[in-house]
Ligand binder design. Structure first.
Ligand code: ADP
Ligand code: MG
Length: 619
């Protein structure tokens, strides 16, 4: 088109498109769910705007919030249109030419080393998956604030945008036309499309309709086969009333022929899972629902979910999921972003998925949805953000989330290894739950630790979820409750040691005596553990004692007093020699076994490991 303005793709987009075009990736189906998900997002946006301004919806067909899929077999075009918010010319250039979200370069890197294209939607670049199946794509779009424009590209590093003087006016919304590659002709098959929509887009909250053919048996007069179209379609509607032989006998000269008609067939039933009774939702439905909201199509089951209704002053329904894997950037951006992964709905209307006030930061790994009847619908996002019921919602969500996580442990047979824990039956279901808590801990343990640091109210609940290795855990994970159940008679404190690795700590002289006397010592080897232990002072009335710090008490040792006396001269000499700015004191101690002496840090100062961590941070 000669009138078109030409643009170059941003370098990352070009690289991404090259990867997609040349990919041998077999699951090309994903493009469809990405387009449907974009259409659904666009519909959510216009519906949200309509809450405060009805005018934006317009009239007639424009008010129908739906997604329409059409096949043009002759021209090999698959088109998907929505009556969503649409894109202005500027939007087209910006949204389909540059990448807004961070994390794209890490996605590109992963793709170059054989990453999973299936996750493309999580990285905010789902649109470009159209080039898995098309070599030429047109995006026709009409936004309320602009004229209708066409964006087009053959994925050759550039795209063009022009005012649309060729196509039917859309009214409002976007139509994506995919000119399918020769190898992708299967997407012109209605059956295939129906199957895909059912598989991936079942939980989209707007009707998805396919312009689908329908074979009808119609009776036509045997000798007048070339009867007019009108007549046959009339017969078709009275098809059901085929009243018995009586009729047939009267008109013997008819015969049955197949006729193809087209109609918009709805492919999804838009059942809002969260509005249903939890007892009636199957595990498989929850899993699929999780996949759709998390854009995680890895086929893995979520580790746990919780579906509940809160009643009282603040009413809401919620579904929370623990994903099977931590999202790629969970801790990367932890301190810079507050974004939670919960979608907020108010009375079935999607409001936002970037609502900070629903969950504390440390629970950002949870996925899910909250639908509130109490929050007002017709106020701005900013006003909502300050609404008083959010505090209550947040409090309840945290409770439910922690309960859900606790249950993963409670139902995991691996966690019951101790004799004093309740016996669990060996069933298939239990088998499936085996090892789930360790899996949870590996993926999200750090979040629990950050929670202990950040959330004083729930510190004890979170401490219950803590797992670690210890001198007695035998390579497995242990809990504080297990530790306490193994404490020696008379032992008052919970002993721990911090360092870079278990292997390093095992050799520590600080452990010699403790191990010899059969005390259990926790190994803390994650840098975050040092912070954790500054906040976790006690658990079930037991104090925590770092065994490399001053204050270690191992019960009474009668010899120590006389030893102190006889070595007084040596300790005094030593202290003077080292000078007071280097050591606080030199003491005879009962904490060692074979090693003659160790340097111990003072009770209130940093541990040696913390010094090391701080030093590496200032470097
Ligand atoms: P994401 O959906 O994660 O933002 P995509 O690559 O799928 O990433 O889409 C990029 C952007 O293009 C979207 O954020 C949106 O602004 C715009 N967009 C894509 N499809 C549509 C559509 N059907 N209607 C309106 N805007 C769209
Ligand atoms: Mg998208």
């Amino acid at each position: 088109r000669s009138s078109a303005e030409k643009f170059e793709f941003q370098a990352e987009v070009s690289r991404l498109m090259d990867i997609i075009i040349n990919s041998l990736y077999s699951n090309k189906d994903i493009f469809l769910r990405e387009l449907i998900s974009n259409a659904s997002d666009a519909l959510d946006k216009i519906r949200f705007l309509a809450l405060t301004d009805k005018e934006v919806l317009g009239e007639g067909d424009n008010t129908k919030l739906e997604i329409l899929i059409k096949l043009d077999k002759e021209n090999k075009i698959l088109s998907i249109r929505d009556r969503g918010i649409g894109m202005t010319k500027e939007d087209l250039i910006k949204n389909l030419g540059t990448i807004a979200k961070s994390g794209t370069s890490s996605f590109l890197e992963k793709m170059q080393t054989g990453g999973d294209l299936n996750l493309i939607g999580q990285f905010g670049v789902g649109f470009y998956s159209v080039y898995l199946v098309a070599d030429y794509v047109e995006v026709i779009s009409k936004h309320n604030d602009d004229k209708q424009y066409v964006w087009e590209s053959k994925a050759d590093g550039s795209f063009a945008v022009s005012e649309d003087v060729w196509n039917e006016p859309l009214g409002r919304g976007t139509e994506i036309r995919l000119h399918l590659r020769d190898e992708a002709q299967e997407y012109l098959d209605e059956f295939k499309l129906k199957e895909l929509v059912r598989k991936y887009s079942e939980f989209i909250n707007f009707p998805i309709r396919l312009w689908a053919s329908k074979e009808l048996d119609v009776e036509v007069p045997a000798d007048e086969e070339e009867s007019s179209e009108e007549e046959t379609s009339e017969t078709s509607s009275s098809e059901d009333e085929e009243t018995e032989d009586e009729d047939a006998e009267k008109k013997p000269k008819t015969k049955t022929v197949k006729e193809t008609t087209y109609e918009w067939e709805v492919l999804n039933d838009m059942k809002a899972v969260w509005l249903r009774n939890p007892k009636e939702v199957t595990d498989e439905e929850y899993t699929k629902f999780y996949h759709s909201i998390a854009k995680d199509f890895s086929d893995e089951k979520p580790l746990a979910w919780s579906h509940f209704t809160a009643e009282g002053d603040v009413e809401f329904k919620a579904v929370l999921f623990v994903p099977p894997k931590a999202p790629h950037d969970l801790y990367e951006s932890y301190y810079n972003t507050k974004k939670s992964n919960l979608k907020l709905y108010v009375r079935r209307v999607f409001i936002s998925d970037e609502f900070d006030e629903l969950l504390p930061k440390y629970l950002n790994f949870l996925m899910g949805l909250v639908d509130s009847d109490t929050l007002p619908l017709n106020v701005s996002r900013e006003m909502l953000q300050q609404h008083s019921s959010l505090k209550t919602i947040k409090k309840k969500l945290i409770r439910k989330a922690l309960d859900m996580i606790r249950k993963i442990a409670e139902e995991d047979p691996d966690e019951f290894s101790d004799k004093d824990k309740k016996d669990v039956e060996k069933t298939d279901e239990n088998d499936e739950k085996k090892g789930q808590y360790a899996k949870f801990w590996n993926e999200f343990g750090k979040s629990i630790k950050l929670g202990i640091v950040e959330d004083a109210t729930n510190r004890n609940r979170l401490a219950k979820l803590l797992r670690f290795e210890s001198t007695k855990s035998d390579g497995k994970l242990a809990s504080l409750d297990q530790y306490i159940s193994r404490m020696k008679p008379g032992q008052k404190d919970i002993f721990y040691i911090t360092g870079t690795s278990k292997e390093q700590l095992e050799k520590s002289p600080f452990l010699e005596r403790l191990t010899k006397k059969n005390y259990e010592v926790i190994y803390f080897t994650d840098p975050v553990d040092e912070y954790l232990m500054q906040y976790l002072m006690d658990y079930e009335d037991k104090k925590f004692q770092n065994v490399s710090k001053e204050g270690l008490k191992l019960g009474k040792d009668t010899k120590i007093k006389s030893l102190k006396e006889s070595f007084k001269e040596l300790t005094n000499w030593w202290k003077d020699t080292l000078a007071s700015e280097n050591v606080d004191s030199v003491k005879i101690s009962d904490r060692l076994d074979k090693t003659p002496c160790v340097v111990v840090t003072s009770k209130y100062g940093w541990s040696a490991n913390m010094e090391r961590i701080m030093q590496s941070q200032t470097l």
